[in-house]
Design a binder for this molecule. Structure first.
Ligand SMILES: [Zn+2]
Length: 438
């Protein structure tokens, strides 16, 4: 059965375009776009009542394992800087994860994303005491909700050579698994935590894996000053030189943050065309500073870095942070960041996301946002930043099928999922409390 969305304001992000019209969805893709597409017998016809319809949003950098961290007890010591935030908070959480909490966390994170109009998640996962098979657990959590995912394991030398080897093996195992399928639902990247927790040899092994699978590395870069300081003090090279020397900087790589990259490093990144993932709320939360996104000429995506799945909120935060730091950004540039996330996910999954055009995947957000002021391509970004919010997301279609309808999740019992998550989170927090500081 096909579905026809009539009487919609179709808002494309890539490039920005606003048209009143209709879409016909057949199978998993958009089959027709026009001013008024008429439904055929047996078609499901949805009257969008003059509201905004958007392509499903893509989260360019997230950590689904943090979904059960909401409201967790404070750390045993108060962190005073970024490294202590990692040591006292996030590295305790990831060590406490087991197979069950990984999957439940991914499912809860995916449910939260779906309800905010996010349909694809580019995830960066860590669970040092449960590495083998962890990406399958993440996939199952996402798949239960019906979203798409681009997954990797964040390899690190924090837990010695054995832990590093297990991280690399998990990336390879999952990449192999994805290579055998071509569903457009899940894909892999090569995950690395960050330069400051990876030895030279480990970086080389990550780069070799990208060559083997013709993909890129997904890694935190210069999130805090400590990354550059570690490279210069302990590794004998500037951070970007080190990443280049060991084959990490490549066009298909994703560098998350870039908060403290030097002008020279940004230039090298621009020349390469690698993708940056900007996470404004996370950067503020960790008080690591503002990423100079206006200096990046290549693709810049928006990510939440594990702070929920709401890209409407992230876009607003990215805008306000840019204003607060006197950055030379425009609302249209923030719109472009949402488009860049969709482009990067499209490349990984081998399908077209982020576009309301014939042939594109039918990942579509139907809102009940009916503008109160004129709306056109010229001011779409203004409506996104100052009018719309994730509260306007009413229905989400994924690969041609509704997964959220009138704000109700179709395939899951949300109450049961949340009750289970509360129990799993309680056990997870209990294990965290018993862990010694590293
Ligand atoms: Zn991150």
């Amino acid at each position: 059965m096909a579905m026809v969305l009539q009487n919609a304001i179709l808002c494309d992000l890539d490039p920005g375009r606003v048209e009143s019209g209709s879409l016909r969805i057949e199978g998993t893709a958009i089959a027709e776009r026009g001013v008024h597409v008429v439904g055929k017998p047996h078609d499901e016809v949805v009257d969008c009542e003059g509201c905004v319809v958007l392509p499903g949003l893509v989260n360019g950098h997230t950590h689904l394992y943090s979904a059960l961290a909401v409201g967790m007890p404070p750390p045993p010591k108060t962190p005073h800087h970024f490294l202590e935030i990692l040591e006292y908070v996030w590295w305790r959480l990831d060590r406490a994860l087991d197979a069950e909490s990984i999957e439940v966390s991914a499912r809860i994170g995916a449910l939260e994303a779906l309800r905010r109009g996010t349909t694809t998640l580019i995830d960066h996962h860590a669970s040092p005491n449960c590495i083998d098979g962890s990406l399958d657990r993440i996939e199952r959590g996402i798949d239960a909700v019906g979203l798409r995912g681009v997954l990797c394991y964040e390899t690190t030398d924090r837990h010695g050579a054995e832990g590093c080897a297990a991280g690399i093996a998990e990336n390879r195992r999952y990449l192999k698994r994805c290579a055998r399928r071509s569903s457009g639902r899940f894909a892999g990247l090569v995950g690395g935590h960050a330069s400051f927790t990876l030895e030279d040899e480990s970086l080389d092994r990550l780069a070799a894996l990208t060559d083997e699978f013709d993909t890129g590395v997904h890694i935190h870069v210069a999130e805090d000053r400590c990354d550059e300081e570690d490279a210069r003090k302990n590794r004998g090279a500037a951070l970007m030189d080190r990443l280049i020397e060991h084959g990490i900087l490549k066009e298909k790589s994703i560098f998350a943050h870039g908060t403290h990259l030097t002008a020279d490093a940004i230039e090298r990144l621009n020349e390469c065309g690698a993708t940056l993932a900007h996470n404004a709320r996370s950067n503020m939360n960790n008080a690591v500073g503002y990423a100079p996104v206006d200096a990046f000429r290549g693709p810049v995506m928006l990510g939440t870095d594990g702070i929920g799945g709401d890209l409407f909120a992230e876009a607003k935060a990215a805008w306000f942070a840019s204003r607060d730091h006197h950055a030379n950004l425009t609302p249209a540039r923030v719109l472009k960041m949402l488009a860049a996330s969709a482009r990067r996910a499209s490349a990984a999954l081998g399908i077209t996301l982020g576009k309301l055009e014939v042939g594109a995947a039918a990942d579509i957000v139907v809102t009940d946002y009916r503008p109160s002021t004129p709306l056109s391509a010229d001011n779409l970004a203004g409506h996104l930043l100052f009018g719309m919010s994730s509260g306007d997301v009413a229905t989400v279609i994924l690969a041609g099928a509704a997964v959220l309808r009138d704000r109700e999740v179709i395939h899951r019992d949300l109450v049961a999922d949340r009750n289970e998550a509360i129990e799993v989170a309680q056990r997870l927090w209990g294990r965290m409390a018993e862990l010694p500081l590293e």
